[in-house]
Design a protein around this ligand. Structure first.
Ligand code: GDP
Ligand code: IMO
Ligand code: MG
Length: 422
């Protein structure tokens, strides 16, 4: 019997999913990514070393035997190999415990160029993508043109590659972006070297792994966040995959019946990288303090993250869509002694008070409740306990972990409401 626990981001990404997966991974046989690609940047600390993972599951430095790059992902071989090589000094057996799904889609160098070209053409209304080739590669997947990992084992791989590249070059012309092609040769050299290395790795046809393993426990690691979901996020300012818990079944070839619980991660405030609506965004002078305290700069692109207050309306929406069973709140240390402190409890839509995430979220203004600042992240601090109570009460979901620092040990596990386990 397979049982799957799912970690999903409930906001616009960067909630601390990597840290939480790293903290939990030892208890599981398998950690698997099921969507997204190198747009993700999941930060973990190992022996004082900061490691940012883009494709590799954050269980890779734990004892679990299988780390899966799942079929719902898009994979850039150049970045993947850099990641593996960088990790080898910390985890010498990294490639022994790594399994690549045959069906994951390959991001080609021209996908990256097309991402840049498309963003440039959109001008001020660009999404603010990570420029990692995510949208163009998922477009080729749904357009039924993409190369998949299985294809690197075919003898005609290079001609398949050339055919798709020719199409991409035509598209770049349409974008008037031939200047971007300058860097293509060196990108391709690196890419084909990485493909060669990939041929030596383990591959997996996921459904049969689930069949083979008896009584297996799986931690499915989401990337991005619910508000960036292609369907349920703040479209069109979203990523190109389904980021929600329902995506696990599709991305890992497993029945949804096997999902045991969904663990939602939220920061104690909110951040967003890139463009698009963000109702609770703070004035820049407050955002700047949070950004400094919380180190809010993109793990993948280094861009300053936009910062805002916790948005309980959006969080409630995310808990409904994902079926969140347990909530983890991260970065509570960043708000210690922070004044003023508030959370959004309603939206104002043209003078009407609503509790609903609507398809054009730029139309709403948040209505806030003030929060008394806490002096320490401890349930003995009544203001901190009351902050957690407000969140649990609003969402009707228990908070089971509170994170107060980037390292995996910096977690308070909560047994029952307001009771500290350790
Ligand atoms: P992810 O994409 O969801 O894995 O999150 P990122 O790694 O992109 O961003 C989270 C950032 O916050 C990283 O720099 C983490 O090291 C850091 N972090 C995670 N949890 C905490 C926490 O509780 N407190 C503080 N101060 N930093 C945290
Ligand atoms: P993790 O897994 C935060 C954002 C980009 C942009 C939009 C589309 O680390 O939480 P894309 O490159 O996917 O086409 O960009 O989505 N974005 C993220 N923001 N964390 C991420 O991943 C993100 N992945 C994509 O900034 O606004
Ligand atoms: Mg991140």
């Amino acid at each position: 019997m397979i049982s799957i626990d799912v970690i999903v981001g409930l906001q616009w990404g960067d909630e601390g999913k990597g840290k939480i997966v790293h903290a939990m991974a030892d208890k599981y046989d398998v950690v698997a990514r099921f969507q997204g690609g190198p747009n993700a940047g999941h930060t973990i600390y190992v022996n004082d070393r900061k490691i940012i993972l883009h494709h590799l599951p954050s269980g890779i430095v734990s004892s679990c035997s299988y780390n899966i790059v799942g079929s719902g992902m898009v994979v850039d071989p150049s970045t993947l190999i850099e990641e593996i090589k960088a990790l080898q000094s910390v985890v010498p057996d990294v490639s022994d415990r790594l399994y690549l799904s045959y069906r994951a889609v390959l991001i080609m160098p021209t996908h990256t160029l097309l991402d840049r070209a498309s963003e440039r053409a959109k001008g001020d209304s660009c999404v603010g993508s990570t420029q990692r080739g995510i949208a163009p590669s998922y477009m080729d997947k749904t357009g039924r043109n993409a190369l998949r990992i299985i294809d690197i084992l075919r003898s005609d791989f290079e001609s398949m590659y050339r055919r798709l590249k020719t199409k991409h070059l035509k598209l770049l012309k349409v974008y008037d972006a031939e200047d971007l092609i300058e860097s293509l040769d060196s990108m391709e050299d690196k890419w084909f070297e990485a493909i060669e290395f990939m041929r030596s790795l383990h591959f997996v046809n996921e459904p049969y792994l689930w069949e083979k393993l008896d009584n297996v426990s799986v931690l499915a690691e989401g990337a991005q966040g619910t508000m960036l979901d292609i369907q349920w996020g703040t479209y069109p300012y979203v990523t190109s995959s389904n980021t929600i818990s329902g995506s696990v079944s599709v991305g890992l070839g497993v029945s949804p019946k096997h999902i045991r619980k969904v663990i939602g991660i939220t920061k104690a405030y909110t951040t967003r990288v890139g463009n698009g609506p963000f109702p609770t965004e703070m004035p820049e002078e407050i955002a700047n303090v949070i950004r400094q305290r919380g180190g809010e700069y993109g793990s993948t692109t280094g861009r300053p993250r936009r910062c805002g207050w916790l948005d309980l309306v959006a969080l409630k929406y995310a808990t409904i869509i994902n079926g969140v069973d347990e909530l983890v709140i991260t970065k509570t240390d960043v708000l210690t002694n922070f004044k003023p402190l508030k959370v959004a409890i309603d939206y104002d839509l043209n003078g009407r008070r609503i509790k609903e995430v609507i398809p054009y979220l730029e139309q709403v203004k948040p209505i806030y409740q003030d929060i008394e600042p806490w002096q320490s992240v401890s349930f003995k601090d009544k203001n901190f306990a009351s902050f957690i109570d407000i969140i649990e009460g609003y969402l009707s979901v228990p908070v089971t972990m509170v994170s107060y620092g980037p390292r995996k040990e910096q977690i308070i596990k909560v047994k029952a409401k307001g009771t500290m386990a350790y």
